[in-house]
Design a protein. Structure first.
Length: 295
């Protein structure tokens, strides 16, 4: 029963992430700016996390080490850059393509791990990374759309993947001795600062007082800044890294299906085959973790 709960926690967190791009696109179609939506997402998320962190600190002050806060804010800025670049990408390419570009973090993470550990690369991880690239080629329907893909959108999507890779690396390595709610608070603060830096003068707008902007921003904060880290923190310790990473791939079909339902983006069999291949690649990359039954 505990393992089932862990699976549901991680799956729900991943599915929540999968809704974000579609909702941003829906908001854009109603005339709302991406800059203000992203700002509200991180500001509201930071305020809620700060309230939760306040109760944690009152009960037991966290044991901060020198540089913890600075490191969390610095690396947390990649959160804000990831969202900003990802949401910009969907202005130029379909959501179903943008999510595939973002998920290039799967093989990028393998490369970063190899660079950090400086160990001989495992054959399974190299094979998995290559399979991701093959799946990506199919998932974006490159056979038919390669000459139609907007290079600006592809650039933003790949840049978002690079930034997301930094986020995931930092999440697993920076100030791990602190409570997760405290770590999330400071990382999201970094995200707020990154959004302010990235969008700068675009945030000077009367739209900040638009109730629609607030409503969409609240949705993005809930499903992009609050629910996923809480669900992942609950689920990963129960089911382990291997199975947990595989379940996070649920974000891909959820994003594509939501875009199909709400934005009427067309999806074909080749694209679904590509998605299936990417998920298989995630299984290959995490095969050793599954066998080791990590928790």
């Amino acid at each position: 029963m505990d393992k089932l709960k862990g699976i549901l926690f991680v799956a729900f967190g991943a599915a929540s992430y999968g809704l974000l791009a579609t909702m941003v696109k829906v908001a854009n179609l109603q005339g709302l700016s991406t800059a203000m939506l992203t700002f509200y997402q991180y500001l509201l998320g930071f305020l809620v996390l700060s309230l939760a962190a306040y109760h944690v600190v009152r009960k037991k002050p966290p044991a901060f080490q020198r540089g913890d806060k600075r490191s969390l804010i610095l690396f947390g800025s990649s959160l804000g850059f990831t969202s900003s670049l990802y949401y910009l990408s969907i202005q130029y390419v379909p959501v179903s393509v943008a999510i595939i570009l973002l998920m290039q973090t799967i093989w990028m993470g393998v490369v970063v791990e190899l660079l950090i550990s400086r160990q001989k690369p495992q054959a399974l991880k190299i094979i998995g990374a290559l399979v991701v690239l093959i799946g990506t080629f199919l998932a974006v329907d490159a056979f038919d759309n390669l000459d139609q893909l907007n290079l600006t959108g592809v650039f933003y999507g790949v840049a978002a993947a690079v930034s997301f890779t930094v986020t995931l690396t930092a999440t697993n390595r920076i100030a791990t001795h602190l409570p997760n709610i405290i770590r999330s608070q400071y990382m999201v603060l970094g995200g707020v600062l990154a959004v302010l830096l990235f969008w700068n003068f675009n945030l000077i707008s009367s739209e900040i007082f638009n109730p629609k902007t607030f409503t969409f921003g609240l949705f993005l904060a809930l499903f992009g800044t609050l629910i996923p880290p809480i669900m992942f923190n609950k689920g990963f310790p129960i089911i382990g890294i291997g199975l947990g990473t595989i379940l996070t791939a649920i974000e891909i079909p959820v994003s594509m299906l939501s875009a199909n339902w709400l934005l009427q983006e067309e999806l074909n069999a080749i694209q679904w085959l590509g998605v299936a291949i990417i998920i298989i690649a995630v299984v290959i990359i995490n095969y050793r973790h599954l066998n080791a039954k990590e928790v």
